[in-house]
Ligand binder design. Structure first.
Ligand code: ZN
Length: 364
C-alpha cells in the first residue's frame, strides 16, 4: 500500500455523526462493510413504514443486533454455542400480544420495539417468531468490527437503547441505489470504530520529563493503560503537537533484547536506530509499548500487533500528532495505525536491516 493510498483512505468522510442524527430521527441508514451493505434502523424507533422499506429493499431476513445481557433478561437463548468469529443468532421471537402471524412489517416493527423496550418481559414474547436477535460482542466494534456490533454501537452512541434492526441489501441491488435508498445516510463499520477510538481514550497521560541522552535532549512522556495500569512511554524529539508527517517508530518492549543484550532478535538495534533517527531529525516520536508482544528470550510470548497499534494511535493522538511517517516496512502495521485513527501518510524504512522479526527464535 502506498503512502498516497493510505492518505486517501484517511481523508474519506466520517459518516458517523450524520448516521447518529438519522438514527435518532428513526430513519434507516446504510451500513457498509467491505462489499456488504445493510439497512439499519434503531430498534426503539422502527415503525411499520420504515420496516416495510427495510423488508422491500433487503433480503427480507430482519435481524436485531442486541446485547447478551438483554437477551438473558428476556430469556432468549442462542441457537448454538457462542463463537466470537461468527454471528451469534438467537432463537427467533414475536411480540405475543395482539399479533396475528407476526410476519407483516407492522407486526415485525412491533416485535423489534418490544425487544428494545425496558418494560418487556420474557412472557411478552413468543418463540419461535419472525424476528431473529443476534447477540453482539460486549466490546462492540472494538472487539468485533462487523455490521451487528456497529449497528448496536451506533444506537448506543446516539443515546438510544443499544439495539438495531438490520438486514442485508442483496448484491443484485446495484449502484446507483433505488431512489428510496439513495438519500439515506451511509456509514462504514470503520467509521464507527474510529468514532469510538476517538471518544474513548485507552491511555491517560501520567508524567512528562526532560530526558538528557547521549543523542541530545529528548522528552519522555509516560502513559497509563486504562486496562490494568501498564505504563507505556513516548520518547519525543522536537515539537510534534499539531504537526503533520511526524516520523514515528512504534517499538514493542522486549526485555531480553532491549535490556539484556539478547542476540536472538533485532529489538535493541531497532530501538537504537529509531532513537537515532528522531534525535538526528530533531523531530519525531518513538512509542515504547509495554506488556504486549514478546520475542527473543521469551519464545512463548504471543505478539498482538493490533493491540500494540491501538495503544500507539492513542498515545500519538494525545501528543497532538496529526499524521505520521511510519518508520517501518510493514504495511499491515501502517494500515492498522490508520484504522485506529492515526493517519499514516507514508512509510519509510528504519534501517536497511528492516524491523524486528517477532517469530520466536529469530536470529540476526
Ligand atoms: Zn526482541
Amino acid at each position: 500500500m502506498t503512502g498516497a493510498v493510505l492518505a486517501e483512505r484517511t481523508e474519506m468522510v466520517d459518516g458517523a455523526p450524520s448516521a447518529l442524527a438519522a438514527l435518532r430521527r428513526g430513519e434507516p441508514v446504510v451500513l457498509t462493510h467491505a462489499r456488504e451493505r445493510h439497512l439499519v434502523i434503531a430498534a426503539e424507533r422502527v415503525t411499520g413504514r420504515t420496516m416495510a422499506l427495510l423488508v422491500r429493499y433487503s433480503s427480507g431476513f430482519a435481524c436485531v443486533a442486541i446485547e447478551g445481557e438483554r437477551l438473558a433478561a428476556l430469556d432468549i437463548p442462542l441457537m448454538e454455542a457462542d463463537d466470537a468469529g461468527r454471528e451469534a443468532f438467537a432463537v427467533s421471537v414475536d411480540a405475543g400480544a395482539g399479533l396475528t402471524t407476526g410476519i407483516s412489517a407492522l407486526e415485525r416493527a412491533r416485535t423489534v420495539r418490544a425487544l428494545a423496550h425496558p418494560s418487556t418481559t420474557p412472557a411478552d414474547l413468543v418463540r419461535p417468531g419472525h424476528v431473529v436477535p443476534v447477540q453482539v460482542r460486549p466490546g462492540g466494534v472494538l472487539e468485533r468490527p462487523a455490521p451487528p456490533e456497529a449497528a448496536a454501537d451506533l444506537c448506543r452512541l446516539a443515546g438510544l437503547v443499544p439495539a438495531a434492526v438490520f438486514a442485508a441489501i442483496p448484491e443484485s441491488v446495484s449502484e446507483p441505489l433505488p431512489t428510496a435508498l439513495a438519500d439515506l445516510t451511509t456509514v462504514r463499520v470503520e467509521d464507527v470504530v474510529r468514532h469510538r477510538e476517538r471518544a474513548e481514550p485507552l491511555v491517560h497521560p501520567a508524567a512528562v520529563a526532560p530526558l538528557a541522552t547521549r543523542r541530545g535532549l529528548l522528552t519522555q512522556h509516560t502513559y497509563v493503560d486504562v486496562r490494568g495500569g501498564t505504563e507505556h512511554l513516548a520518547v519525543v524529539a522536537g515539537a510534534v503537537a499539531d504537526a503533520d508527517a511526524v516520523p514515528v517508530r512504534v517499538h514493542d518492549e522486549c526485555l531480553a533484547g532491549d535490556l539484556l543484550g539478547s542476540v536472538r532478535c533485532r529489538c535493541a538495534g531497532d530501538l537504537a536506530a529509531a532513537l537515532d533517527a528522531v534525535a538526528t531529525a530533531g523531530n519525531g516520536v518513538v512509542v515504547y509499548v509495554r506488556g504486549g508482544a514478546a520475542c527473543g528470550g521469551q519464545p512463548t510470548g504471543v505478539a498482538v500487533p493490533a493491540d500494540r497499534d491501538r495503544v500507539a494511535a492513542h498515545v500519538l493522538r494525545d501528543l497532538g500528532v496529526r499524521s505520521v511517517v511510519l518508520l517501518t516496512d510493514d504495511h499491515g502495521h501502517a494500515g492498522r495505525l490508520s484504522a485506529f485513527g492515526m493517519p499514516v501518510v507514508a512509510c519509510a524504512p528504519l534501517t536497511p536491516a528492516g524491523q524486528c522479526d517477532l517469530r520466536a527464535g529469530a536470529v540476526e
